[in-house]
Structures are given as C-alpha cells and as structure tokens.
Design a binder for this molecule. Structure first.
Ligand SMILES: CC(C)(COP(=O)(O)OP(=O)(O)OC[C@H]1O[C@@H](n2cnc3c(N)ncnc32)[C@H](O)[C@@H]1OP(=O)(O)O)[C@@H](O)C(=O)NCCC(=O)NCCS
Length: 295
C-alpha cells in the first residue's frame, strides 16, 4: 500500500492555478519575452495585488527588489559561475525564492506545481514527477540533472556549481546539504569543483551533508545527521561523522537491482576542475599533502 495519498483542488481552483502556471511557462518559453519584466510583474501581482508600475510609484522600495536586475545571488560572485547561463535562469530562481515567501509557495499543492515548472526551465535535466518542497535552495541550478521521481524536501540545499546528478527516485530530506565544491585547507580561494552523484533510490536523510565528489550508489542511504566524505557501494547505509558503512540491505536475487544506474565501483567520474584560474597545476599554493599533518 502506498504511503502517500492523492489530493485535489476544487475544479475552479485547479483551472485557475493551471492557467497561472501555464501562462507563465508559455511566456518563459518565448524568447521575445524579457524574463526580468515578467518576474517583477508576476511578483507585484502575487505579493502586492497590483501592477508593478503602480507599486513602484506608491512604494518604490517594495518594488525595488521585485525586479531580478536589482538583486544578486551568492553564485553571481563565484568566478566559476557561467554568467551567461546564470543570467538566463536568474529571474526564474528569483521567482522561485520569492514565491516561497508567499501563501502560494508555502501551500504544498500550488508550491510543488510552480517549482516543478520553474525547475524544468532552470535545471540541466528534469525527469517526470519532480517534487520540490518549500525553501529549497540551489546555487546555480543549471548544473542539476534530475531523473524521474526525484524529491527535494524542505530546506534542502543543492550546491550544483560543480554539477550534481540526482538519479531516479533519489530523495533528499529536510535540511540536507549536497555540495559540489571544496576549498583547499591551505588556501581558501583555491576551490575545486567535483561532481556529486546521488544514485537511484538513494535517501540522504534528515540533516545529512554530502561533501563534493561523493558517488552514492543505487539503493544506498545516508543516515540522519551523517557527514558523507566518501563513495558508498549499492545497498549500504552510511552512518555517523564521518559516515561509515554500518548497515547492509539484503537485496540478493532482487530483480529491481539486476542493473545499476550508479555503482561507485565502476562509475566513470568526470575530472575535477580548478575553479580559480590563479590556481593552476604549477601554483605555489597547490595542495601539498606534506603540508597537512594530523596530530
Ligand atoms: C539509517 C537509520 C534508518 C538507522 O536506523 P535503524 O536501522 O533503526 O538503526 P538502529 O537504531 O537499530 O541503530 C543501529 C546502530 O546504528 C546507530 N545509529 C542509528 N542511526 C544513526 C545515525 N543516524 N547516526 C549515527 N549512528 C546511528 C545506533 O546507535 C546503533 O549503534 P550501536 O549498534 O552501536 O548501538 C536512521 O538513522 C535514519 O537516518 N533514519 C532516517 C530519518 C530521517 O531522515 N527522517 C526524515 C523524515 S523522512
């Protein structure tokens, strides 16, 4: 028996919501539409119940930050951010983040539908039935590849500057963090981008953190509060800080696991990238294992 049941809105409300989302999607997909103007107008109407021009005359500072050109995201300060790609998705990210502050974004039904439509236009890839709950944050968004039936729960943070794959049925719990960049311990600005891979059916439980470059194989799970610093093989549950393999799910002979989307033992990982060109291979600051000692 499934754990979740279906919910529906009244027919009129459903029609009203679908028409709002459909009209936004159509306009975002029209290259002649200025996404910044569309977002500021939408936010003016949803948040202040009036046209942007009227708000800007009546309350200029309320209008100010409705326009994505007047705000900045942390990712815009990263040297590794592809500014052109980011400017394309920035208005959509601002609409997502701002609507999360409203009843429309906080309601599960409308919030999931709006964020799915936006993510389909922000992420590199989105499969069917993506669910994103309230107050999720991504860094650049355009480096996330999500398969079918992926779920991001409340306050999850996906730092995708180095790329994040979320395979089918992956579930990222409340307050979990997935990173894809790492700083040298010897010199902070020396940043390395490492793709992080969350395999099929993986659960990253409540408040766990996955550090950059980890490959979590299909059907593995990271326990609540764990700190994931390494790869995990299929069916393994990692627990603790740092997470260590502690529990093994018995899947022998189970046809669901005859093949894998992600198996860390054979996964072909992409090369790490030095984010800051000042730190090339010959840099005097290059990480040198002999300069880091454990006592
Ligand atoms: C992975 C998990 C399911 C393990 O639960 P469990 O199988 O019931 O494990 P047990 O309670 O039998 O504990 C087994 C051992 O692991 C330890 N352990 C269990 N969970 C742990 C955790 N999250 N971190 C560190 N150690 C943990 C126990 O202390 C015990 O250690 P011991 O054998 O030395 O005494 C659980 O930790 C978890 O993360 N659940 C997900 C919770 C969550 O995210 N909920 C959000 C809502 S969806």
């Amino acid at each position: 028996m499934p754990w979740l049941t279906k919910r529906a809105l009244a027919v009129d409300s459903e029609t009203q919501l679908q028409s709002f989302i459909g009209s936004l999607a159509e306009q975002f997909d029209d290259p002649s539409v200025d996404r910044n103007l569309l977002v500021r107008e939408t936010l003016a109407q949803v948040m202040h119940g009036d046209r942007f021009e009227t708000i800007s005359e009546r309350a200029p500072m309320a209008a100010f930050s409705l326009d994505p050109r007047n705000i900045t995201f942390e990712a815009e300060y990263y040297i590794a951010t592809d500014q052109q790609k980011f400017q394309q998705v920035k208005p959509l990210l601002w609409l997502w983040k701002s609507l999360d502050l409203t009843p429309l974004g906080q309601s599960i039904y409308s919030g999931l539908a709006i964020r799915r439509m936006l993510a389909e236009r922000i992420f590199k890839r989105v499969g069917k039935n993506l669910k994103i709950f309230q107050n999720v944050e991504v860094s650049v968004g355009y480096n996330i590849e999500a398969g079918d039936d992926v779920t991001l729960h409340r306050y999850a943070f996906i730092d995708d500057i180095g790329g994040v794959e979320l395979h089918d049925e992956a579930s990222i719990s409340d307050f979990a963090n997935i990173y894809s960049h790492t700083h040298s311990v010897l010199d902070m600005p020396d940043v390395t981008l490492k793709k992080t891979v969350i395999g099929r059916g993986v659960r990253v439980a409540y408040h766990a953190t996955v550090l950059a470059g980890a490959v979590l194989s299909d059907d593995s799970m990271m326990g609540a509060m764990s700190l994931v610093t390494r790869d995990f093989e299929p069916h393994v549950i990692g627990l603790g800080i740092p997470a260590k393999p502690r529990i093994w799910k018995e899947r022998e002979g189970n046809p669901d696991f005859a093949t894998f989307q992600v198996d860390s033992r054979s996964y072909q990982r992409s090369a790490d990238i030095r984010a800051n060109p000042d730190f090339d291979e010959n840099s005097p600051f290059k990480e040198d294992a002999s300069l880091i000692k454990q006592k």
